[in-house]
Ligand binder design. Structure first.
Ligand code: S3P
Length: 436
């Protein structure tokens, strides 16, 4: 359990090296495993989560070769996966477990999906329920938690109206739809990240979109049905990882950072709107489309942040960025209030509780609520360094490393290795760009 010591810093300058996008890497790995041929996935995420996905697809019979950040996956074709003799281990990764559950539900074999202590506490009913409606036989502890036993079955079509906005649930149903007689459609209550839809099209599946409804047609060899074909694909840099650097550079006056090749898919960039409304100086440069996604560079400079309220339909679009925003709050003019974000309690940790506890350790004034928190701004006093307990949660560890840069005295991040779940080189990258 490695500790990281964060000393107060003056500014950040230079160019950030980001890992490949975690959400996109998961999807490319899974679809490449179902495709015919070898897909070369470049700038594949270094995140431990995505490597859990690679381990799982390998156990299901795909060939996976890793050469630095290039991953070559040789797929087994739509009907070619084989049963794994051991349980599939999703590690800390909710995306691995929920998306794979969709694929495994439609196979002609049984599987067991498990994960670490944190993942075994996260709700799976949200995918079990729609997959069962499609005819899947899935059993979990208390009908909600991993390990999941999935007995592959002949699936039938579904038109699923999602009760909650979740890209993982949407993706699980769409992936199951590839194996269902009649396919599947999903209607979202609010827009969520659309990487699955885009990746399905890139690999050659037949996808239709109309408003908040997405329909996928089943795969097959004949009958005019599509199959998935291997492809070379470039994974954009992960905007959710970039956010820690956008926050750090905004926080420290005199900072000047460039972040190249960031994924700027519009279902992910709500965080940039939030930053802009708070007065951050972030410029998008060279924006272009690439393989269905949007990429570009970001230039960020130090700025004084106003703070504000984040709530409603925006929440699912910035859900992974809320820890960083909350940890910045005590440095803003008005503080930050987060509402309608009860979902944060069932992420890699109870993020509302973890944020409240660690913000208080730094001396911030916090009101914890069932669905969010209200953190007072800079008038409430200066923060002082403290020992942070990230509760094994990568985004909490990174958010407080950033907050510690502007506190008085040193901040210690306990169990800092947990950052590897999404960003293994985070602390090295931060230290490389800092001026003290
Ligand atoms: C993700 C979807 C989101 C997000 C998670 C990644 C994905 O989860 O928080 O980090 O890759 O689909 P939910 O679908 O549970 O909102």
């Amino acid at each position: 359990m490695k500790k990281e010591i964060i000393q107060p810093a003056k500014c950040l300058t230079g160019a950030v090296e980001l890992p490949g996008d975690k959400s996109i890497s998961h999807r490319y790995a899974m679809l490449a495993a179902l495709a015919e041929g070898t897909s070369e996935l470049r700038h594949f995420s270094a995140a431990a989560d995505c490597h859990s996905t690679l381990d799982c697809v390998r156990a299901l019979g795909a060939e996976v070769k890793i050469d630095k950040d290039t991953v070559r996956v040789t797929g087994r074709g739509a009907r070619g996966l084989k049963s794994s003799w051991r349980a599939l281990d999703a590690g800390n990764s909710g995306t691995t477990m929920r998306l794979l559950a969709g694929i495994l539900a439609g196979q002609n074999f049984s599987s067991k999906l498990t994960g670490d202590d944190s993942l075994q506490k996260r709700p799976m009913k949200r995918v079990i329920a729609p997959l069962r409606e499609m005819g899947a036989d899935i059993r979990g502890r208390e009908d909600n938690f991993a390990p999941l036993e999935i007995h592959g079955a002949k699936l039938h079509a579904i038109d699923y109206k999602m009760p909650m906005p979740s890209a993982q649930v949407k993706s699980a149903v769409l992936l199951a739809g590839l194996f269902a007689e009649g396919g599947a459609s999903v209607t979202e209550p609010a827009r969520t990240r659309d990487h699955t839809e885009i990746a399905l099209e890139e690999f050659g599946a037949s996808v239709e979109k109309s408003g908040l409804t997405i329909r996928v047609h089943p795969l097959g060899g004949g009958n005019g049905r599509k199959k998935l074909t291997a492809r070379p694909l470039d994974v954009p840099g992960d905007l959710s990882s970039a956010v820690f650097f956008l926050a750090a550079a905004s926080l420290l006056p005199g900072s000047n950072l460039l972040i190249h090749n960031v994924g700027l898919n519009p279902t992910r960039t709500a965080i940039l709107d939030v930053f802009a409304e708070m007065g951050a100086s972030i410029e998008m440069l060279g924006v272009k489309s690439s393989q269905g996604e949007v990429i570009g560079d970001l230039a960020v400079k130090g700025a004084s942040l106003k703070g504000g309220v984040i709530a409603g339909r925006r929440i699912p679009l910035v859900i992974d960025e809320l820890p960083m925003l909350a940890a910045l709050a005590p440095y803003t003019e008005e503080g930050i209030e987060i509402r309608d974000a009860g979902e944060l309690r069932v992420k890699e940790s109870d993020r509302i509780a973890a944020l409240a506890e660690n913000l208080r350790r730094l001396g911030a004034s916090v009101e914890e609520r069932p669905d969010g928190l209200k953190v007072a701004g800079r008038d409430a006093g200066t923060l002082h360094g403290a020992e942070i307990d990230p509760r094994g949660d990568h985004r909490i560890a990174m958010a407080f490393a950033v907050a510690g840069l502007a506190a008085e005295g040193n901040t210690v991040i306990r169990d800092a290795d947990c950052a590897s779940v999404s960003f293994p080189t985070f602390f090295a990258e931060l230290n490389r760009l800092l001026e003290r």
